[in-house]
Design a protein around this ligand. Structure first.
Ligand code: FCB
Length: 466
């Protein structure tokens, strides 16, 4: 166990993260085009309680106050995403200067406050105009992404020092195109794999463009990898684990790091008809060299542990019971259903990524927890569970650093309460409480605790008892 009080490396980058659709609001202001999330949210039944990002946390109008709050926490860096359709309302072609101006002001404001911007180009809010042409299932959308990356980095690249091409391509591909739970709401596993490939291709194509426009910047991608285990020693569970975990992680990481798409997973995908018998028919000659463009860092979004269970067996073929104890304490489960608090998994995933892929550097680009604690009668938000969560995950990260993982920074998800995609406003991940009606902000206890971590560059000795 890492002792509380142990210090992080000098220059460790402490940050917090958001995404445009989740916080900005102003969905149709100043020339912004419609995105697939606008369309999805405006379709009845898609988002819980009929919520939408129309106003979200209204960061678009509160950005100065939000920067002041970041400064008061002492954040070294802020991870934001750009709304593609604010900059190119139709996805390509005509540039909307007012959209660029918003990000110019925001980035200048951050730099004045001494906060380094880390900017994600694509956090799922594809311009609807491109979806109308097939979305990322079409190769032409990957080309449009490069045009957008060029415009964005040409205008902002003199000040942004870390770029992320895509956020969680597996979630965008699978949850949006196979499960139908995210925009654009499709349910076709083959389309999801096409989308995944075009995301990776657009990443690889854009890396040299970003480097040319923003020569001093680091470039990377943010991947989601939760800690996965087979639920029992049965070979059935093992095979489900191999496929499921593989599809969410190796399917993306192997090509990014110069390997092919994993042959075992291609075979699985052909067997279960996610791919045609001739396999990866959307991959063209030379694509895999492009996808494997060297990057400066790998971003990891980590939240929970997942146990793989073969659900397909008839009930009389009982599997051995799951070998893992489900924790019983309230603070060991987030309010997101089935999201277990599992800090050791962060250590395990960081070390696995490092040994398996040897990225030049790693950042935790997202980690955080959903609990809805709100202000008490004095206006204070006592979110002790979030402090406990962060403390234990920071300790896990520090243990990974101590055995040589090149972890350079850590971005808490999220800076502020926001629209949690299909869950609407029902899930609160913020260090900052947001009243979604008045838009009032309050620093939660976790933000004040985080301030102490940042100022000491260490996990405080303070005992945490949620
Ligand atoms: C991640 C997303 C992020 C946020 C967290 C809770 O998958 O990247 O936008 O919704 O989950």
């Amino acid at each position: 166990m890492t002792k509380a009080g142990a210090r992080f490396p000098d220059n460790f980058i402490w940050g917090a993260a958001t995404a445009a659709y989740q916080v900005e609001g102003a969905w149709a202001e100043d020339g912004k085009g419609e995105s697939i999330w606008d369309r999805f949210a405006h379709t009845p039944g898609k988002i819980r309680n009929g919520d939408s990002g129309d106003a979200a946390s209204d960061h678009y109008h509160h950005w100065q106050e939000d920067i002041a709050l970041m400064k008061s926490i002492g954040l070294k860096s802020y991870r934001l995403s750009l709304a593609w359709s604010r900059i190119l309302p139709n996805g390509r072609g005509k540039v909307n200067q007012a959209g660029l101006d918003f990000y110019n002001r925001l980035i200048d404001g951050l730099l004045e406050a001494g906060i380094q911007p880390m900017v994600t180009l694509f956090h799922w809010d594809l311009p609807q105009a491109l979806q109308d042409e097939g979305g990322f299932a079409a190769r032409s959308t990957a080309e449009a992404f490069v045009e957008y990356a060029d415009v964005a980095t040409r205008h902002l690249g003199d000040r942004v020092t870390r770029w992320i091409t895509h956020n969680e391509p597996s979630v965008f591909a699978f949850v949006g195109h196979s499960f139908g739970q995210h925009a654009p709401g499709l349910k076709d596993p083959y389309t999801a794999l096409r989308v995944a490939h075009h995301l990776l291709l657009s990443h690889g194509w854009s890396v040299p463009v970003i480097r040319a426009n923003s020569p001093a910047a680091e470039v990377g991608i943010a991947i989601n990898v939760n800690f996965n285990q087979p639920a029992s020693p049965s070979t059935y569970d093992y095979h489900v684990w191999q496929y499921e975990f593989g599809m969410w992680s190796r399917w993306f990481l192997d090509p990014l790091y110069g390997r092919q798409y994993p042959p075992d997973l291609v075979a699985y995908a052909i067997n279960n008809h996610s791919l045609p018998a001739d396999g990866l028919d959307f991959v063209q000659a030379g694509d895999l060299q492009i996808v494997a463009a060297p990057t400066d860092f790998l971003g990891l979004n980590y939240y929970t542990r997942q146990l793989a269970r073969d659900q397909s067996l008839p009930p009389d073929q009982n599997l051995p019971p799951t070998v893992f104890q489900a924790p019983k304490n309230d603070h060991d489960w987030q309010e997101m259903e089935d999201w277990e608090v599992y800090p050791d998994g962060l250590f395990n995933v960081l070390t696995w990524l490092n040994f398996e892929y040897q990225p030049a550097a790693l950042y935790v680009t997202e980690n955080g927890a959903s609990w809805s604690d709100g202000p008490d009668e004095t206006g204070r938000v006592k979110d002790a569970r979030r402090i406990n969560f962060l403390q234990r995950h920071f300790e896990a990260a520090l243990r990974a650093i101590q055995i040589g993982v090149p972890l350079k920074g850590y971005y808490v998800w999220s800076l502020m309460d926001n629209l949690e995609w299909g869950h609407g406003f029902s899930q609160r991940f913020g260090l900052i409480w947001v009243d979604f009606i008045t838009k009032q902000r309050i620093l939660k206890d976790s933000a004040l605790w985080y301030k102490g971590v940042i100022s000491q560059n260490a996990i405080p000795e303070m005992p945490i008892d949620p």
